[in-house]
Design a protein around this ligand. Structure first.
Ligand code: HEC
Ligand code: HEC
Length: 306
């Protein structure tokens, strides 16, 4: 595909390129003096510099001229074979995309047999294989670390994958499903419904669930509101629901933060954490399934160590 949006520029650039190459040729030709006949001597030119530095009109050295013409011929040859002149694709039909695809194909062919072996084992078995873990780590650094961190410990809004605390579940099948299809956590905004005071009450009740410092009176007032509005997703006892990715609010692990201000912000404005589907990221590469398998095994293995 051409990067040009107008038909004028490719022609303009091509003409400019060719004219400058040919122009250099003509200029060089016009400045080249003939070879001296036998006995003929170089004349002394009129200038003298630095006291005794003189200028002779010797012809340019042949090897130097040859080099110069050589670069011009190389330039013209290059422009004929490879893309360079406006929209002209070059006689070889080379494209950067084509080269990339050929490299990807070669790499896939190289890894195919190794991947095929892993595909025959289940996620838990692959997770125990040090070679598979090394490959999984590379894949993780490529596809996942920008959000979950290179140590997979996550950050605010991006879950830690090394602990054994799961939003959606840590069984091999669940991890595969999470990675394959992505996840979208939907925590509604409650300020419009509960008001600022209502949010403060329910937030203090949430603090009490994990035994954090809280205002007992506010928490007491928030209890009924929690049962009415939150229990459907976070369960009546606040332990969460994996089918929805609604976090357990009774433990010490927080996705967004467990201090009062952050909890109030979460409840007031809601949260919408999105884990992208890897099927899109990995596109159509033929080893997509194997990469998914190895990534799932790597993530599974991370949490099994503790
Ligand atoms: C664009 C950022 C982003 C990338 C890239 C990303 N993730 Fe996620 N991931 C998230 C977010 C955000 C969540 C939490 C979703 C939610 O809040 O519901 C998540 C959730 C998860 C979960 C569920 C954790 C649990 O507790 O149930 C797993 C497993 C996971 N990611 C693995 C991966 C793997 C493996 C990769 C690389 C292939 C990856 N993620 C790439 C942002 C990302
Ligand atoms: C529709 C289901 C649903 C309802 C109803 C709901 N939540 Fe949530 N809640 C979620 C989900 C899903 C998340 C995770 C959001 C994400 O992954 O980005 C969440 C996250 C949270 C968090 C953040 C926890 C952390 O680890 O940082 C808190 C706190 C919370 N909810 C409290 C409440 C309270 C209080 C109510 C009632 C007023 C409530 N939720 C109602 C689904 C719900």
């Amino acid at each position: 595909m051409s990067d040009f949006t107008s038909g004028f520029w490719p022609i303009y650039i091509s003409v400019l390129t060719l004219v400058s190459i040919l122009g250099t040729w003509v200029f060089l030709k016009s400045q080249t003096t003939r070879k001296f006949a036998p006995g003929e001597k170089a004349e002394l030119m009129e200038h003298t510099w630095d006291g005794d530095l003189q200028d002779l009109n010797n012809p340019l050295p042949r090897w130097w001229l040859g080099l110069f013409y050589g670069t011009m011929i190389f330039g013209l040859g290059y422009l004929a074979l490879w893309p360079g002149l406006g929209n002209f694709a070059g006689l070889l039909g080379w494209t950067s995309k084509g080269e990339y695809q050929a490299e990807v194909k070669a790499a896939e062919a190289k890894f195919q047999p190794m991947y095929a072996g892993f595909m025959q084992q289940d996620v838990a078995t692959v997770a125990a294989d040090p070679n598979a873990r090394a490959i999984g780590k590379h894949l993780f650094l490529t596809y996942c670390s920008q959000c979950h961190g290179s140590d997979a410990m996550g950050a605010k809004g991006f879950p830690n994958l090394t602990d054994n605390d799961w939003l959606y579940g840590g069984e091999p099948d669940t991890i595969v499903a999470t990675i394959t299809n992505g996840r979208a956590g939907v925590m509604p905004a409650w300020e419009p419904i509960l008001g600022a005071q209502g949010v403060k009450q329910v937030a203090n009740y949430v603090l009490s669930l994990s035994g954090r410092k809280h205002d007992a009176a506010l928490a007491e007032a928030g209890k009924a509101k929690f049962a009415e509005n939150c229990a459907a997703c976070h369960m009546p006892d606040g332990t969460g629901m994996k089918a929805l990715g609604a976090p357990n609010l009774t433990d010490k692990v927080w996705l967004y933060g467990g201090n009062e201000a952050t909890i109030i912000e979460t409840i007031s404005k809601g949260r919408n954490g999105v884990m992208p589907a890897l099927t899109q990221t990995l596109g159509t590469t033929s080893n997509k399934e194997a990469k998914l398998h190895l990534l799932a095994a790597y993530v599974y293995g991370l949490s099994q160590k503790q």
